[in-house]
Write a protein that binds this ligand. Structure first.
Ligand code: G3H
Length: 196
């Protein structure tokens, strides 16, 4: 059977401020998470029988790259794992979006799956973007994927068989390691919250 490890990046300085998008670095709690995640996956302080990922895939954004910095193994930064591009709303809080772009805010609320940020992406765009990553994953095993909430919603939807309309609302918690084990086409997801 195959096993895959998934995680969001550790908390970022933008997460602390409630801002979306951007390329902020990890907050102090996010750094703590990167140490605790490494302890689960063969890094400093892990038990001798801890699994070691054969491949580590991150996005190109520093919050994912820094989340895996203490984990041993070959790493690749993939553009297709970058967070949803929020276009004109990059770097704003949801309150600021509602104030500055009330029509956009209402449109997104009405159809979050199909809504595309001006100069940015929709969840439908993301589903297309991650398709190649999912296909590549299925040719491998023991891969660690560290990415972002919207992207992980789309990737995990494949393993969970979620309905498209549900995908934009799935909660993918911070500071949690998800272990997906496949037995043929049957996937089981284990959730491992890590203290920070
Ligand atoms: O920055 C984007 C978040 O990870 C996903 O948020 O629920 O607004 O798509 P959303």
């Amino acid at each position: 059977h195959r096993v895959f490890y998934f995680s969001r990046h550790g908390e970022s300085e933008f997460n602390v401020l409630g801002r979306i998008g951007g390329d902020a670095d990890l907050s102090p709690r996010g750094k703590k998470y990167s140490e605790n995640l490494a302890k689960q996956l063969g890094g400093p302080g892990s038990s001798p029988n801890a699994p070691k990922p054969r491949l580590i895939w991150t996005s190109e954004l520093q919050r994912t790259i820094h989340t895996v910095q203490n984990i041993p193994g070959p790493r690749t930064a993939l553009k297709d794992l970058n967070e949803i591009n929020a276009g004109i709303c990059e770097g704003l809080t949801y309150e600021e979006i509602q104030e500055r772009f009330p029509q956009e805010f209402a449109w997104r609320d009405a159809d979050k799956l199909k809504y595309r940020y001006p100069h940015g992406e929709s969840y439908l765009d993301l589903l297309q973007r991650v398709d190649g990553v999912v296909q590549a994953l299925l040719l491998n095993t023991e891969v660690l994927v560290v990415s972002h909430q919207a992207v992980l919603r789309c990737i995990l939807a494949y393993f969970k068989g979620s309905k498209p309309e549900e995908i934009p609302y799935v909660n993918v918690p911070l500071h949690t390691l998800l272990i997906v084990k496949s037995h043929g086409y049957d996937f089981k997801i284990e959730t491992v919250p890590l203290k920070v």
